[in-house]
Design a protein around this ligand. Structure first.
Ligand code: CMP
Length: 689
């Protein structure tokens, strides 16, 4: 290797020459040497020839010298020719040693970010080949190895891949730039890398690494681990010996506060849901107040942190709009269900007696069992043997696990909660009321315009839609039981989808007069059309699926009597629902719509499930598969885009009965038992034999 011929004074002399003084022969000699260097072995001979013209030789006599410090601007890339260096990270100390043939220092060059580590010489007389930033970008940036593996204490902790990213430039055009994106890594190192690379520098639009983390961390990094990592960095003391100075320490502290701002910004209303956040912020606040004496610059930062902390202590009342719901046509603050909210819970016994209880939304099944058993006077030889289950309108029973949460919101449309001894579950039958209404509301519906109905449905849907927290989607897909988290807001939205769908079927099946039925069918098709116009694709799909339900679609005598224009309209809707080529028609429709849009939630959940099932969450040795997180985040981003604008619907012109309609659509009574719906349908238009 080069170090063996290191004594070759001639070569060293050539390498020490400023590049422009090198002769053609010099370049040839350097080129021959480059052929033996491990760090360059993957490069083409053309690139090596170019390198020969830009490489600079650098010798350092004494160990302990700091080559550069974490947080510095990245100026050069290095290859070790002889000797070794230590890699030191603020708050962690020496994480590893790099040896002859290794290279380092390209992350900050490519990312245009500060140095992620301090490099200290660990031997006297260490030799490097150095490539400066401009040359690196010109000669190497596009060809240098794509994958970088960072090690700590001998183990891989972060695997990065250089990927092209479209970033928006100041004049609004797009430009390709390269970034080392996270492929996989330990949760802690991923966070550390993002802190170093994306906080306190200009965050380029189009680079989603930080956003990918903030959208998905719930899957792989519990809040207490994030808080502990942040606190450890904040609290770390500088080691003067390795060039960690007051500037670096301040920067590290500021970084932590800025990260919290980003974090808060991305989760907003749900940021304080976990009480550990409050403890963490208080601890941190306390530390900063002490630090302000040494670092006056932290005064500004502490204000930023306080503004976040205050946003939590805001009295809950001021969060809600003062205007009554009916008068509002734009909704600014989502009404979310929080774990601490109260909910009414009705629990039945086998004999249909029941008890009503008020409890927190996050009350686990085990506690509901105990409370209800007490109130219902249910005694059992072994109290453990009492089971909580849902009985659906079809009679189907679903048993709850002791640890299940958010039970009231998870019930199916006409499902009810029952409590019974484990060996008595078979005796549980649904209540008569679970069957749903006996009579339809077609008379009422006759008075309601389809546009007004669509308007009211959309405003209502939108309220539920913006209350969904994107993490709920992940809990739903990854298994909520695993995280002990609520998905109440998502549950309610999905439930609404089913409700609208069954409402359509129920109303058609409960309209005995053929003439009225045709009118109602027509009204529903127009309703779907208005929902689409209002960009409420979720209810649009629910209505079209309701109309495609076998109990409705089989009513051929009714369909026949529809005007052909309406029939055509409906078949167009069916194309939108066409699942072929992965729902291509729907997807392209969605991307063409300007937000706010209420998307078709079941498909979004299906996409996430597909990603989840097709990709491992962890790779070998516990490294988080961050590419999976990126895919998930990319998919949930659709939700973000759809909600990026506030809904501002104009009340339909000459709207009549609006308050009645609004009341109506909030209290729908439906039959959700397909067997009953089929029976009703058969009575309306008996099967032809
Ligand atoms: P850069 O950030 O430009 O400067 C410090 C370099 O240390 C970094 O690029 C990597 O090339 C190198 N390095 C090696 N191991 C690690 C590690 N575990 N964490 C961070 N940087 C590392």
């Amino acid at each position: 290797t080069l170090s063996q011929i290191g004594p070759d004074a001639m070569l060293r002399m050539i390498l020490r020459k400023p590049p422009h003084e090198r002769t053609i022969d010099d370049l040839e000699i350097i080129y021959d040497e480059l052929l033996h260097i491990k760090a360059l072995s993957h490069l083409s001979s053309l690139v090596k020839r170019e390198l020969a013209g830009v490489l600079i030789f650098e010798a350092h006599p004494f160990k302990g010298e700091v080559l550069f410090s974490q947080g510095d601007e990245g100026k050069s890339w290095y290859i070790i020719l002889k000797g070794s260096v230590q890699c030191i990270i603020y708050g962690k100390g020496i994480v590893g040693t790099l040896h002859e043939g290794d290279d380092f220092g390209k992350l900050s060059l490519v990312n245009n970010s500060p140095r992620t580590a301090t490099i200290v010489l660990s031997e006297d007389n260490t030799h490097f080949l150095r490539v400066d930033k401009d040359d690196f970008n010109r000669v190497l940036r596009d060809v240098e190895a794509n994958t970088v593996k960072l090690k700590e204490f001998g183990k891989d902790v972060l695997i990065l891949d250089k990927v092209p990213i479209n970033v928006k430039t100041s004049d609004g055009t797009y430009q390709v730039c390269y970034k080392y994106s996270v492929m996989s890594g330990t949760a802690e190192k991923i966070l550390e890398y993002l802190l170093e690379t994306y906080i306190c520098i200009n965050y380029e639009e189009g680079d989603t690494n930080l956003d990918d983390f903030l959208s998905t961390y719930v899957i792989f990094m519990p809040i207490n681990q994030i808080c502990a990592t942040l606190l450890a960095i904040y609290k770390a003391k500088p080691q003067q010996r390795v060039g960690e100075n007051i500037d670096l320490t301040l920067r590290e502290k500021v970084k932590i506060i800025r990260f919290i701002l980003e974090w808060h910004d991305s989760s907003k209303e749900t940021f304080f849901e976990d009480s550990r956040i409050n403890v963490f912020l208080n601890d941190l606040h306390h530390l900063i107040r002490i630090d302000v004496k040494v670092y006056p610059q932290l005064k500004e930062e502490i204000k930023l942190l306080e503004s976040i902390m205050e946003s939590d202590s805001e009295p809950k009342e001021t969060r809600k709009s003062k205007l009554p719901w009916k008068q509002r046509n734009s909704i600014d603050k989502p009404k979310m269900i929080r774990p601490s909210d109260e909910v009414i819970c009705k629990v039945y016994c086998a004999d249909h007696t029941y008890t009503t209880m008020k409890m927190r939304v996050d009350t686990p099944a085990s506690r509901i069992i105990r409370l209800a058993a007490d109130k219902l006077g249910l005694r059992c030889d072994q109290p453990d043997d009492l089971k909580l289950c849902e009985v659906k309108s079809t009679g189907e029973r679903l048993l709850y696990k002791e640890s299940d949460l958010s039970i009231s919101y998870g019930l199916s449309l006409n499902g009810r909660l029952f409590l019974a001894p484990g060996d008595h579950l078979d005796a549980l039958v649904p209540l008569p009321e679970q069957e749903g209404p006996q009579r339809g509301t077609w008379q009422k519906l006759e008075m309601f315009g389809s546009k007004e109905l669509a308007y009211a449905i959309t405003i209502h849907d939108y309220e539920l839609f913006i209350a969904i927290n994107q993490h709920e989607l992940l809990y739903q897909v990854f298994g909520r039981y695993k995280y002990g988290k609520l998905t109440a807001n998502l549950d309610i939205f999905m439930r609404r989808f089913n409700e609208i769908q069954y409402w359509i079927v129920t109303e058609i099946c409960l309209t005995p007069s053929p003439g009225k039925r045709v009118q109602l069918l027509r009204k529903f098709i127009k309703l779907a059309s208005y929902c689409k116009e209002y960009r409420n694709l979720n209810s649009f799909f629910a209505i079209v699926m309701g109309l495609s339900n076998i109990a409705v679609s089989r009513l051929s005598l009714t369909w026949e009597r529809l005007p052909s224009k309406i029939k055509r309209m409906f078949s167009e809707f069916e194309t939108l629902m066409d699942p072929s080529r992965n729902h291509r028609v729907y997807r392209s429709t969605l991307t063409k719509l300007t937000p706010p849009t209420i998307l078709f939630m079941p498909l979004l959940l299906k996409d996430l499930t597909f990603i989840h099932e097709g990709n491992k969450t962890y790779l070998i040795e516990g490294l988080v598969n961050f590419e999976k997180m990126r895919m998930l985040s990319h998919t949930t981003r659709t939700l973000k885009i759809c909600r990026s604008q506030t809904l501002q619907l104009q009340v339909p012109q000459g709207a009549k009965n609006l308050s009645e309609i609004q009341e109506y659509i909030r209290e729908m009574n439906v039959i959700d038992n397909q067997r009953i719906l089929n029976q009703l349908s058969n009575k309306l238009e008996p099967r032809q034999t």
